[in-house]
Design a protein around this ligand. Sequence first.
Ligand SMILES: Nc1nc2c(ncn2[C@@H]2O[C@H](COP(=O)(O)OP(=O)(O)OP(=O)(O)O)[C@@H](O)[C@H]2O)c(=O)[nH]1
Ligand SMILES: [Mg+2]
Ligand SMILES: [Zn+2]
Length: 309
Amino acid sequence: MQSPERFDADVIATYGRHLLVRDPAGVLLKARPFGRALDIVCGDRVHCERDVHAEVLVTGVLPRRSVLMRSNARARSEPLVANLSLAAIVVAALPRPDPFMIDRYLCAAVCAGLQAIIVVNKADLPLRAEDEASLAELATLGFGVYRVSAHEGRGLDTLALALAPHTSVLLGQSGVGKSSLIQKLTLDGTTALTGELMRESEGRHTTTASRLYTCTGGGSIIDSPGVRDYAPSVDQLQQASLGFPEIEQHAAQCHFADCRHLQEPRCAVIAAVAAGAIAPRRYESYRRLRRLYEQLHEQRGPGARAPRR
Ligand SMILES: Nc1nc2c(ncn2[C@@H]2O[C@H](COP(=O)(O)OP(=O)(O)OP(=O)(O)O)[C@@H](O)[C@H]2O)c(=O)[nH]1
Ligand SMILES: [Mg+2]
Ligand SMILES: [Zn+2]
């Protein structure tokens, strides 16, 4: 019998058990996983086999360089997208930004070893003063803030330059304009707002599955479905700082090695907040994420308590 044709491919999109992969010649092929155990996400690189019926089967996932994860409703970690180097958190004047969600995305990105930036889309609409203030805090911490407008084309060249060296993912609430940006930044994103990964919701198109596109200015970018809420994976968060760079900076000076920076005596983080070196809103965000982190650990049941360090 003729041996099957074997090749490695990039996963462009997944819809349940249906996969879209790109072969070495750049051809998009429908594929399906061979076996139940494979957990495949957009951005994965996979081993493929074309069987006698010319069907493409994915037989294995190559080791991931990076993976962005989330906690699901049962507090288990789930991969969202793989092999990326940058996470772009998209916000807009409307729907109003949720600074705590932005912080959770930033923490997850930092802990996954990714570079993280904020993209403020709809620059044609004014942001509220308090939203400007939280963006200014993030800029101070070193996160790049890019002001763009998919509608007016403003800031897109600068953003394209920042994305060029990377495989990135656009993350953020539904309606901030992720797919609109993909349409402007990519060669193949013309269908991002109308394609098969869309669903009509409240009279507009909303993305239902992640998909990888090729940027006009270099690099690749993943469009992802908007979420109401995002919980990072508890397995991935760094235990001392949960991924907050300014907490990380002070945590080493805390009296207790396993300090949670909540009410422990001689906590350097609490002292830094009191001294004005850590923004109170960011510290509040840290406390909320710490509570969520411990709650997710508890949810996993006895024997799976939050490790103190
Ligand atoms: N004013 C303004 N509106 C914009 C801009 N970019 C996108 N929009 C509008 O914002 C709405 C949502 O855009 P989408 O691109 O579908 O948003 P999304 O983030 O992909 O949403 P989901 O797929 O549901 O997560 C649409 O009505 C767009 O026309 C912009 O730069 N300015
Ligand atoms: Mg979309
Ligand atoms: Zn502390």
